[in-house]
Design a protein around this ligand. Structure first.
Ligand code: CO8
Length: 258
């Protein structure tokens, strides 16, 4: 049997997904994306899972879309099959938090895949970039939209137009990653963060993710209303009663995730 292109392990309430095309620096092809999509769909729907960690290996999170596979495609090929539509596009719709744990290269589609996760924890070895311009194309999976939102226009233009890479320290300074850790502690740290998240009440975790994402899709007025109504809604959950009672009774809450 062939090795899976994405490996899955479960650690308590956390699913750890590892991109597994090491010889091609985890270059993203349709088969890998289909496996990733199927696993994310499975764990997103699994009540026993509260958070997902997506990682690569120490050399590469992913070095981009598979250039060898794309090289002979015509405009008609990519546009008629809506390349990067379909499952690629669906990757951003999952509701459970997904943490990208990035070591080594996160380039092109690899950087875009990391950016569509909810936050990025980087190893000190991580290198981020959108080098598509060197190939005669542009980022095609959100890079021109998500990178400026994360790091601002100046740095996004610099990276996208010159194709230069930025290291983990610069990525943290500019807001692309939430924390930088030693490479040998990356998975431990990401699993720890995911374990903390998955110990929280699932309805409030899902709501918090949705509300933060709404900040990028709406006016402040609309976003504040969306947040307030969802805040109100959480008072209908058992976990709100448990969380607040546990605080008052000076004990740890036992969330039932409902
Ligand atoms: N596609 C296919 N194969 C790749 C890719 C890639 N993106 N990146 C690396 N590989 C392969 C190499 O061809 C090589 O294979 P082989 O051993 O068979 O020759 C193997 O991985 C190892 O790579 P290198 O020998 O080049 O390793 P180095 O350590 O010398 O260099 C680099 C590492 C700098 C990362 C270099 O491999 C590189 O520049 N890779 C390409 C980076 C790039 O241009 N990425 C953008 C691709 S285009 C894109 O992503 C469009 C976005 C579309 C959206 C995708 C949705 C998720």
């Amino acid at each position: 049997m062939n090795e899976p292109l994405v490996k899955a392990e479960v650690h308590g309430r956390v699913a750890l997904l590892t991109l597994n095309r090491p010889k091609a620096l985890n270059a993203l092809n349709n088969e890998l994306i289909a496996e990733l999509y199927a696993l994310l769909k499975k764990y997103d729907a699994d009540n026993e899972i509260g958070c997902i960690v997506l990682t690569g290996n120490e050399k590469a999170f992913a070095a981009g879309a598979d250039i060898g596979a794309m090289k002979d495609w015509t405009y008609h090929d990519v546009s008629s099959q809506d390349y990067l539509g379909g499952q690629w596009e669906e990757l951003r719709r999952f509701r459970k938090p997904i943490i990208a744990a990035v070591a080594g290269y996160a380039l092109g589609g690899g950087c875009e895949l990391a950016m569509l996760c909810d936050f990025i924890i980087a190893a000190d070895s991580a290198r981020f970039g959108q080098p598509e311009i060197k190939l005669g194309v542009i980022p095609g999976f959100g890079g021109t939209q998500r990178l400026p939102r994360a790091v601002g226009k100046a740095k996004a233009m610099d990276l996208i137009l010159t194709s230069r890479m930025m290291n983990a320290e610069e990525a943290e300074r500019s807001g692309l990653v939430s924390r930088v850790v030693p490479a040998d502690k990356l998975i431990e740290e990401a699993l720890e963060a995911a374990t903390v998240i998955s110990s929280m009440s699932l309805p409030s975790v899902l709501m918090a993710k949705e509300c933060v994402n709404r900040a990028f899709e709406s006016s402040l007025e609309e976003g504040l209303l969306f947040e307030r109504r969802n805040f109100h809604g959480l008072f209908a959950t058992d976990d709100q009663k448990e969380g607040m009672r546990a605080f008052v009774e000076k004990r740890k809450p036992e969330f039932k995730h409902r």
